[in-house]
Ligand binder design. Sequence first.
Ligand code: FAD
Length: 410
Amino acid sequence: MSAGHFDVLIVGGGHAGAQAAVALRQEKFAGSVAILGAEPHPPYERPPLSKEYLAGVKPFERILIRPETFWAERGVSLLLGETVVTVDPVARSVQTGAGQTIGYGELIWATGGEPRRLTCAGHDLAGIHAVRTRADVDRLLGELDAAERIVVIGGGYIGLEASAALSKFGKSVTLVEAQDRVLARVAGEPLSRLYEAEHRAHGVTLMLGVGVSCIEGGGRVTGVRLENGALLPADMVIVGIGIVPAVEPLVQAGAEAGNGVIVDGFCRTSLPHIHAIGDCAAHANRYADGAVIRLESVQNANDQAVTAARDIVGRPVAYEAVPWFWSNQYDLKLQTIGLSAGHDAAVLRGDPAARSFSVVYLRQGRVIAIDAVNAVKDYVQGRALVQAGAAIAPDALADTTRSLKDLLSA
Ligand code: FAD
């Protein structure tokens, strides 16, 4: 059954999809635009799901990316609760799970990813939760009153933020991380150690350097068995072990893919008239030394959306944005600029005990990233250092009497 045609059809109504529609209108694109999304809600912000929304301090209405009326006012059709299952790049159409065919002039694929699930025995017991969508968090909150002992699997940002939010509810929270420190994939050791100490100080138990063997229970989870044989009793398990990019229909249609759909500097996939943006798009990133990576951040989703929109309206500007990210846990506000992966030196700037400091990451003597904790000035001024790949002596970077701005101009 045909359900129409749009000049631009955006698949996925998350950060990237929403921003693509906004950017098209800002670029004065006058054609028809639709966002087709699997979730039943208008586009909303995902970061609060592990922060203020989980903690119950921000209602859903306050995390909408735009007020509900915005989309109709801008002539953007919202086709919600619909999933694209196949893409036909020759006919330029998609087919939805409900069997409808929708034609497009240009397709923007902005589908993010599915939370990676456990595969061990007991992975499908009741009481195991992901934190990716509003529905995930509502389900989790609905079971929270009955849960005293919560095990969080994964010591990345989402696991840590969820632990912080849940410990505030007075729950007994244990976090399990297979690596020997939290945030091992994304941050240097000083930062990991600060966050570990902070979580312990708030009563979170950390089990580091040990993997999960299986989830125990009969119907519902009762515990998490670790690879060292220990059993952690649990009424609820939260799994935060990354995402799998949601790209199957595009791959089936023939798009070049690896860890996500491969896109060029203008977010074009290998298929004509199809762009891909956000968490699902693998691109060569200047700040990763040209390596093809996926970035999971609001910055990347928004900036790639603008890149795709400009390309579609015929004013292409290659994607070169400097990566940034934030995480809030307790009263620690982390702001990250650049990408620290591949650093060969890390300089501590300031004293973690003072709860305001930065870690500056270098590769071959050049600044590639900064993690600023309660240090907004370093974050703001550090951007120019990262963009320039400035070569600055470590002792100068460690000297807090000198601002990062002065170091760049010195
Ligand atoms: P998404 O926002 O995931 O949107 C993709 C949408 O596409 C989803 O609604 C999905 O249902 C839909 N979809 C998937 N497949 C289909 C299909 N076949 N058909 C139709 N629709 C489909 N980033 C930060 O920068 N800072 C933070 O503090 C931060 N905190 C986070 C906390 C949490 C709990 C989570 C989950 C993420 C966080 N992120 C944070 C990451 C950030 O939210 C993501 O990078 C961003 O949402 C990516 O946007 P996206 O549009 O690519 O994907």
